[in-house]
Design a protein around this ligand. Structure first.
Ligand code: AMP
Length: 490
């Protein structure tokens, strides 16, 4: 158990990001909410001046003890949106927790996100006397059992470990006053939805529930309906603006040339911190080995790494000792590191929204960044989905050898809407004389090449009336197409 103490400074956005965030959201002040003084003092020390939109919308409602359903992504300030009202509640309603119970439970899909949430509580609650602890997998249970022995105010947990603790009678959920479900759509993606239902069944019905999700597919909307009582709905629309803050580029490559081209990209760019995404865990390890051969130090983070290894690698990445981190989507989820200058998609994701999540890693808290994606012949269908989702043609260069083909054609709609990215591909020197896709003239027809097998496309489900995420994503249907690899990547 850790008594809330002064937090690490990792979650503090850098100065330019903070200023950008405040300029973007000149809404009100934290003093307007009537939060307890020790909390506003901590916020001032964190240099938070202006609340973000999700904070403006959520904090007053949550302070009134009403249930909230929030459509918001990581990077919007949603952690403070639910953490500050909770801290205020504990300050105004002090109570010694019963043995083996917690007063507030925060469920999050990944270990990394869970520890980052706890860090935030440490930061915002540094002047309060509260007990908070973590219950995550990948580490021995004994310490967590001991931490819960005398009861805690706050427990941040991943579902699997929480169920283990309840099953072994180390924890009773009967005293939970506030439940937060964070990144509910990721819980669904990762197969946690049954665990969530089992946990909720053990909670008192008299409680406050704060439910956050970046998107609202049908199953999540149903879950919310069962879990929440007369919730207030709040929503913010970060992905589009996130996408706009990122300079995006595509490099068409031969699959076999990806390791060399990745090394070229990392050497050719001015990189503060680069996050490289691969589809599989083994792919991540292979990329690290390939980069080592090219003289570039990189570390991998994925589900096969122990918790200790992950934490060491993340700490080195945060400090800048490791400039290149190679990650799978699941492992990268919840990595909250400000100052990632580049995201490189070594493999393009087969779910378009994953692309938006990935590139959003470089535009945190209003900062800008560069996202470079290597696209081989098997991935062009994924690229088409992505461009349809973001409604823009991403400037492309071609580094394929053999008979060059024009970079794939865009729909007129996408081409007309691609204003933002126009002209941004120039000057990075990645490929000689290549032009952005939308400015390329059709070339002479090349001799027919053997057709590459294209990935199967699945039918897209109907949109559900409860589906609120139109406000967030331009094409949610893509979300529901499941990336089967994800579950196994943890
Ligand atoms: P989150 O979406 O909760 O992961 O927050 C994203 C980043 O924004 C974190 O680095 C927070 O420390 C930072 N942040 C959250 N709220 C504010 C705020 N009102 N002003 C400045 N930075 C903030």
């Amino acid at each position: 158990m850790s008594t809330i103490t002064p937090a690490t400074r990792d979650r503090r956005p850098n100065e330019s990001a903070r200023l950008a965030l405040q300029k973007e959201y000149p809404l009100s002040s934290f003093h307007d909410f009537g939060l307890a003084e020790p909390i506003t003092r901590a916020l001032a020390e964190e240099k938070y001046v202006t609340p973000t939109p999700i904070q403006v919308q959520t904090i007053p409602i949550a302070m009134s003890r009403r249930d909230v359903i929030g459509i918001a992504q990581t990077g919007t300030g949603k952690t403070a949106a639910f953490a500050l009202p909770m801290l205020h509640h504990f300050f105004t309603n002090p109570k010694r927790p019963d043995r083996k119970t917690c007063r507030a439970l925060i469920l999050s899909p990944t270990r990394e996100l869970s520890s980052q949430i706890l860090d935030s509580f440490h930061a915002y609650g540094r002047h309060l006397r509260l007990n908070a602890t973590l219950a995550i997998g990948g580490v021995p249970m004994g310490r967590q059992v001991r931490a819960l022995m005398n009861g805690v105010d706050l427990l941040v947990a991943t579902p699997g470990r929480l169920i283990d603790l309840v099953r072994t009678n180390a924890l009773r959920l009967s005293e939970v006053e506030i439940l937060v479900l964070d990144e509910a759509d990721r819980m669904l993606d990762m197969g946690f939805i049954h665990d969530i239902r089992r946990i909720v069944a053990k909670l008192p019905t008299e409680r406050q529930t704060l439910f956050f999700s970046a998107t609202m597919p049908q199953e999540i909307a149903q879950l919310a309906q069962q879990m929440l009582r007369d919730p207030a709905r709040v929503a913010v629309t970060p992905p589009a603006s996130t996408v706009e803050l990122v300079e995006q580029r595509i490099i068409h490559v031969d699959r076999a040339a990806k390791p060399t081209i990745l090394a070229d990209v990392l050497k050719g760019e001015t990189i503060d911190r680069a996050l490289v995404f691969t589809r599989t865990k083994h792919g991540a390890d292979r990329v690290v080995r390939g980069l080592a051969k090219a003289g570039i130090t990189a570390e991998a983070i994925h589900g096969n790494k122990s918790q200790g290894q992950r934490e060491r690698v993340l700490a080195a990445f945060r400090k800048g000792d490791v400039r290149t981190l190679v990650a799978t989507d699941i492992a990268a989820r919840g990595i909250d590191v400000d100052g990632i200058s580049h995201v490189v998609n070594y493999d393009l994701p087969n779910v378009a929204e994953t692309y938006v999540h990935r590139i959003g890693r470089t535009a945190r808290a209003g900062a800008t960044g560069v996202a470079i994606s290597l696209c081989d012949a098997d991935e062009t269908a994924f690229l088409r989905d992505i461009e349809r989702l973001i409604r823009a043609a991403i400037p492309a260069t071609d580094r394929r050898t053999g008979s060059p083909r024009p970079v794939h054609a865009q729909s007129d709609g996408a081409r007309n809407r691609s204003q933002h990215n126009r002209g941004r591909a120039h000057g990075h020197g990645l490929a000689p004389a290549s032009r952005p896709a939308h400015t390329q003239r059709p070339r002479q027809r090349q001799p027919e090449r053997p057709r590459q097998p294209q990935p199967a496309r699945q039918a897209q489900p109907e949109r559900h009336p409860e589906d609120l995420t139109g406000v967030v994503f331009l094409n949610r249907a893509a979300k529901v197409r499941r990336d089967d690899g994800r579950r196994t990547q943890r």
